[in-house]
Design a protein around this ligand. Sequence first.
Ligand code: NAD
Length: 476
Amino acid sequence: MRVDHLIAGKAVAGKDYFETVNPATQEVLAEVASGGDAEVNAAVAAAKEAFPKWAGLPAPERAKLIRKLGDLIAKHVPEIAQTETNDCGQVIAQTGKQLIPRAADNFYYFAEMCTRVDGHTYPTPTHLNYTLFHPVGVCALISPWNVPFMTATWKVAPCLAFGNTAVLKMSELSPLTAARLGELALEAGIPPGVLNLVHGYGKEAGEPLVAHPDVRAISFTGSTATGNRIVKSAGLKKFSMELGGKSPFVIFEDADLDRALDAAVFMIFSNNGERCTAGSRILVQQSIYADFAARFAERARRITVGDPLDEKTIVGPMISQAHLAKVRSYIELGPKEGATLLCGGLEVPGNLPDRVQRGNYVMPTVFADVDNRMKIAQDEIFGPVACLIPFRDEAHAIELANDIPYGLSSYVWTENIGRAHRVAAAVEAGMCFVNSQNVRDLRQPFGGTKASGTGREGGTWSYEVFCEPKNVAVSM
Ligand code: NAD
């Protein structure tokens, strides 16, 4: 199969092609066009040309087309989920039941919302001030390889709904479902040029896209290193930077331990541990630490690792052999730094079905006796590797939670309501979930602080990157 760029509503062949590979089988799934300056320039030009007409459509008409795109995604969930699972290794139980249906919801939500954009008024005795929210123009949308379709639609839906046009660049490791999104957008009746796709590598396709003078806003999700590079090279543009994380999952001795265990297991092992909001540093109060560690490791040992197309599989393959090597290097490092390996490790998972014998697999791994200053606790491993870190009391928990460059998500488990609010306020993170795993509400501000990024997206927070507020002052 060949996958081309989508520019001005037409499939555009690449000068070169790269292969996208199924991480469970190493089978080549497609040859994908590899873009550079020429394709980026053409895609930005197409988006610029399409902008005035699209921005000028009354919001209810844009909403109708965007809702239709949601319907088409909903209609094709099984097909898109299977492609996503094959392309990036996320297990079918998640892509089919959660991630792809949620992508349709992104379009429904922002279709509704764009018809309700309101403004503010600031009356004074001499003037009436009011705000208008205009679309920004051409937006560069850049996605990582983990949960690619959900992440891409989380950007495309508000971008288009608010009247902007887009050039979307997916990760070179998982481009297939977004290519399908481009086709479905045209089928929904979204005019050519409103959503363009340039495939390719960060250096060749990503860099010219973010630096392009006609690109007015960048919504980027990816690593902190790339985010920093983009901020330096892109010049004066609107930014939303959704970057890496190493989120604390804090469990106090009075927590409902059964529920906390369920959530802790979910937050580090679901999505193969390749999750920006993973609760990868599990801070546990000393009095319950030994009991929790034993029960957590027992649960991790029972996790089914296997074929991502099997509904029963919880942990599938890592996205690439390079990423597998990175995750394994941290598993090797843990004991050298003094951590105790409770389960998992470097052993290859046993009992893998024949079809996936060559997959990029790693066992769900749990380290105990982790010191927060160890590299396994400070670096984003982005795999199914949990670090259990003991703490003494509330002050110590907050100190450890914040002793990290990142600040994306956080989790606090306690039955003490005062403590829950105190810790939620004190933790340096864009989001805090109390007695809960990560639950997404499309109205909430999603994003992080410190090295986890700048800007927020979701609900009216998406105005920040996709709308240009203007104040109009009328003399009375
Ligand atoms: P990455 O930074 O390597 O790549 C992300 C995207 O940027 C890819 O499309 C890549 O091709 C492109 N890119 C690379 N260099 C570029 C450049 N110089 N200019 C423009 N584009 C460039 O990240 P990844 O490995 O694909 O994704 C994993 C990372 O994403 C993790 O750190 C994870 O935490 C983060 N992430 C964050 C969130 C969030 O919402 N905060 C969500 C998902 C993933």
